[in-house]
Design a protein around this ligand. Structure first.
Ligand code: GLU
Length: 280
């Protein structure tokens, strides 16, 4: 198995003085961290996630948690990398393709919808979950009932997201779209009254609502399918195949259902059937 980028990332991290287990975590011939065939897999992995999305990818005082973090950790393990050899990097929506193309990350697991446009620049494995674009409003607001009821209202979304793009493409006449850098900034705006609604995936909105109990509510009008994929370097079919195999194993052994229940259950999600892996 060859994970040149992975090994390069490992070498960079080692040069930066990060504590990395030399010659890796149970891999008999895991390579020396300076390139070439690893044989037993990679030693370390640099993974792009969100840092501000409760239930999905969140940086906490104790580390990183959420459904995407669990999916990423499972994939890493299948690639031969233990959790303590993962380097987590923040992957804001607008930066995901750049992070992959520059080689700053090996994979991105960050509520990252598979789209034809993004596939011009990166490849995806998966999907591993299907979310739906929705709206989040203040709990006492009954005036916003869907994306068509935004006349004169301010709508927050995030630069580089499919959510913002869909509003521009399909609802631009009705809406005053404000694009922020991350969803945590949108939530501050919704709380202060600077914006009237947030639009993005129901997973993200439900997580934000659960983390701010009683303040906000989902409108509940799913108006898209967002197929979450694992983003990776274009053309690296070997890595994509390995990531797909890991995702399929996670579906089959129940770990995926457990992760959905643990992280999305508190936000009101039931465990669905896992999606079919199509990015082959
Ligand atoms: N899933 C959508 C996307 O990939 C919206 C969520 C996000 O910005 O991460 O653009």
């Amino acid at each position: 198995m060859r994970f040149s980028r992975v090994l390069r990332a490992s070498a960079i991290a080692a040069a930066a003085g990060l504590a990395l287990a030399a010659c890796g975590s149970g891999n008999e011939d895991g390579g020396g961290g300076s390139g070439g065939d690893g044989g037993g897999g990679a030693e370390s992995l640099t993974i792009g996630i969100k840092f501000d999305q409760p239930g999905l990818g969140q940086k906490t005082p104790d580390g990183y948690e959420g459904f995407d973090v669990d999916v990423a950790t499972y994939i890493a393990k299948e690639l031969g990398v233990e959790a303590n050899n993962i380097e987590w990097v923040e992957a804001p929506s607008a930066e995901r393709e750049n992070l992959i193309k520059r080689g700053d990350v090996d994979i991105v697991v960050a509520t990252y919808s598979i789209t034809d446009e993004r596939k011009q620049e990166v490849d995806f494995a998966g999907p591993y979950f299907i979310a739906h674009q929705d709206l989040l409003v203040r709990a006492d607001d009954s005036s916003i009932t869907g994306p068509d009821a935004m006349n004169g209202k301010k709508l927050c979304s995030v630069t580089g997201s499919t959510s913002a793009q869909r509003v521009k493409d399909e609802y631009s006449a009705q809406t005053d779209l404000q694009e922020y850098g991350g969803y945590s900034e949108c939530i501050s705006g919704l709380e202060s009254g600077a914006v009237d609604a947030i639009t993005t995936d129901d997973t993200i909105l439900a997580g934000l609502a659960a983390a701010n109990e009683g303040k906000f509510k989902l409108v509940g009008e799913g108006f898209s399918d967002e197929n979450y994929g694992v983003g990776l370097e274009k053309g690296n079919t070997e890595l994509r195949d390995d990531v797909n195999a890991a995702i399929q194993k996670m579906f089959d052994d129940g770990a995926w259902a457990d992760a959905v229940e643990t992280h999305l259950g508190p936000a009101g999600f039931e465990v669905p059937e896992p999606p079919e892996i199509t990015e082959k």
